[in-house]
Design a binder for this molecule. Structure first.
Ligand SMILES: *Cc1c(COP(=O)(O)O)cnc(C)c1O
Length: 427
């Protein structure tokens, strides 16, 4: 721990850190590399961003190539090839009907702009009373006041509660899909006219504990929102870019949301950048009539469309295509599946679940179930000793490996996890 550094989501006590810190000097492919040369398997994808492993040579080359030409200019009143090419390529792989791309810096701001788009869209199409949002129990949408207001993980955001705005909540479909759908149905029937949008993490609620639901829930949510002219915002920040086995989680339900947010794996985990995509219909509401300017989306960040990040993100899409990244997920998923099934044979370990290359089990809580439970951290410490980095969510032990992790490394990761859990639970 460095005295001048304030680390994110990291507990400190009077004597320093609550647990030793892994200090790395490098990273390569599936590994984090410590100063003494020791290699650790990155089972966490460096907080779920490193979809193509570390230092992918093509991404590093794309970054260097762009750095020699133009590192940054604003995207306001200026256009450039990296942003144009990326927007076009992104629309090319996006669910049908998404045609306009707004770039921001991270997942939280991708959500921020989605919320602004939804509100202003309704205001400019004659429905200013549609100003409320529906979000899910156990949701996580980011760290700004807007995205935290729509999130539902009290330990993360309780200090903000005096500022946060209120929204409608339906039960988590990861707990019971039928209940969630019934609640959505009833809510829309009663308050539909006041709702701007339903915001959800398709297929997997990540930070809320890797809660999974079926594509059927999404198909139904799309049908119900459409019936009530409520927009559907898909937060694909975590689940997009192949994470659940298809390019987008929405693809598994064959739906197109009105707004889709992507970040995390968007730059292969190399640079902070995000995108919010929307339809021609929504974009049209922001087109000014002759002589007017008041329909403009007056929103933007200093680094919108940063050329370095655009060049890398564009190369990410080429790597996906040319290296068959999505096609390689099924076989790796089988390895993870075997891994969590083996974990679930250990006494006390329950609820093995998987979607693409997200896999999780619940460990028996030691104190209180949820994010604060120490059991996951005990497994973390053991795994680290054996060469694997496996950051838990309280008592939820999960795997978010690179989508191209070599299969033997993935097997080693699963074995290390099983050995570590056995050690922790049997002592
Ligand atoms: C991580 C995450 C965010 C926030 O993204 P940041 O880049 O950390 O701001 C938003 N939504 C989901 C589903 C996430 O997992």
């Amino acid at each position: 721990m460095h005295a001048n550094l304030w680390y994110p989501y990291t507990s400190v006590n009077a004597s320093g850190l609550a647990r030793p810190m892994l200090r790395v000097e490098g990273a390569e492919g599936p590994y984090l590399i410590a100063k003494d040369g020791r290699r650790y398997i990155d089972g966490n994808g460096s907080w779920w961003v490193s979809n193509l492993g570390h230092q992918h040579p093509r991404l590093v080359a794309a970054l260097k190539h762009q750095a020699d030409r133009m590192c940054h200019v604003s995207l306001a009143g200026i256009s450039h090839e990296p942003a144009e090419a990326l927007a076009e390529a992104l629309v090319g792989v996006a669910p049908d009907g998404l045609a306009h791309v707004f770039f921001t810096d991270d997942g939280s701001t991708a959500i921020e702009v989605a919320v602004r788009m939804a509100l202003q869209y309704h205001q400019q199409t004659g429905h200013p009373g549609r100003n409320r949002f529906i979000a899910l129990e156990g949701a996580f949408h980011g760290e700004t006041v807007t995205s935290a207001s729509l999130s539902d993980i009290p330990v993360f955001h309780q200090s903000l509660s005096c500022l946060a705005f209120d929204c409608e909540r339906i039960s988590s479909p990861g707990v019971n899909e039928d209940v969630a759908l019934t609640e959505l149905f009833n809510l829309l029937n009663i308050k539909g006219e006041s709702i701007a949008a339903l915001l959800l993490e398709p297929l997997v609620q990540g930070a809320g504990g890797m809660r999974m639901h079926s594509p059927h829930f999404l198909t139904e949510a799309r049908r119900l929102t459409r019936e009530h002219d409520v927009l559907l915002i898909a937060d694909e920040v975590f689940v997009g870019y192949g994470r659940t086995g298809t390019m987008w989680a929405c693809d598994q339900a064959g739906i197109t949301p009105d707004i889709l947010c992507t970040a995390k794996g968007f730059t292969g985990g190399m640079l902070p950048m995000a995108a919010t995509l929307t339809t021609g219909e929504i974009f049209q509401a922001f087109v000014n009539r002759e002589g007017e300017t008041d329909r403009t989306l007056l929103y933007g960040h200093s680094y919108c469309g940063n050329p370095l990040a655009c060049a890398v993100a564009l190369e990410v899409l080429r790597v996906y295509r040319e290296e068959g990244v999505i096609d390689g997920i099924a076989a790796r998923g089988e390895i993870l599946q075997a891994g969590i099934e083996k974990l679930a044979t250990i006494d006390g370990v329950t609820n093995p679940r998987r979607s693409g290359l997200i896999a999780a089990v619940d460990l028996p809580p030691m104190r209180e179930e949820g994010y604060q439970d120490p059991v996951g951290w005990q497994v973390y410490d053991e795994a680290l000793k054996s060469g694997a980095y496996l950051r838990p969510l309280g008592n939820v032990l999960y795997f978010v490996p690179a989508l191209n992790m070599p299969v033997d490394v993935l097997r080693e990761l699963a074995d290390t996890a099983a050995e570590s859990v056995t050690k922790v639970l049997n002592t």
